[in-house]
Design a protein around this ligand. Sequence first.
Ligand code: PEP
Ligand code: MN
Length: 263
Amino acid sequence: LVSREIHPHDTIVRIGNAAIGGNRFCLIAGPCAVETEERLRESAQAAKVAGATILRAGAFKPRTSPYAFQGHGEDGLKILAKVGQELGLPVVTEVMETADIPAVVEYADAMQIGARNMQNFSLLKAVGKAGKPVVLKRGMAAKVEDLLLAAEYILAEGNDQVVLCERGIRTFETATRNTLDLNAVPYIKQKTHLPIVVDPSHGTGIRDLVPPMALAGAAAGADGLMVEVHHDPAHAWSDGAQSLHPHQLKELSERLQGLLPVL
Ligand code: PEP
Ligand code: MN
């Protein structure tokens, strides 16, 4: 079902009043996590000012350490929905387990499957049935083929509203948090009709590498970007080191306009 040989036309995924795929380019931006309502509002305004059409922020956070901030769960979803409505931005947020799908469906416009859950097949089947668009992130040790087959699980449940996301993979290289595999972008565009966005934030883990790799992702043919931005990265509760300052996102967006027909 994901194959372009069978479905030659680009699938357009509609998330609230935004769209990804086809002949357009979409900027998804926001902080890593919902921290407080006030803090989310400040970071979300930075996303909006830079031209983002979808707001991202996690309420259920997959953290390497059990002692790190785990997200506010359902309370975070409520804050996200409120701030998204205020700014007129649809919201995407991660769902980590099947039991949380009803809450995420209630408050979000799209569900994100994180890298760590890309092959959680019961979760993929359940989001396929939930009737909301899905942003499916590539697992950090997943081949492109594995990503496409993970998407197939969702389409097999009757949901073709799936956005793929290249967010970097683990390699022997340790200079950056992950190795952003931009080969995957044109390869995936050949293989599937589903849109693909690039996440240079998790792909590099280093703030100043985000704008160049974002531009590279766009040049490689991505249908959009997912970028972390924070009003005060030095005090972010997660992923501060890779979060852009608001002015950096604005500058990136202006440089993208020069590269692309539509934003
Ligand atoms: C995120 O988007 O904040 C996130 C946790 O991403 P990933 O699943 O790609 O690590
Ligand atoms: Mn993050």
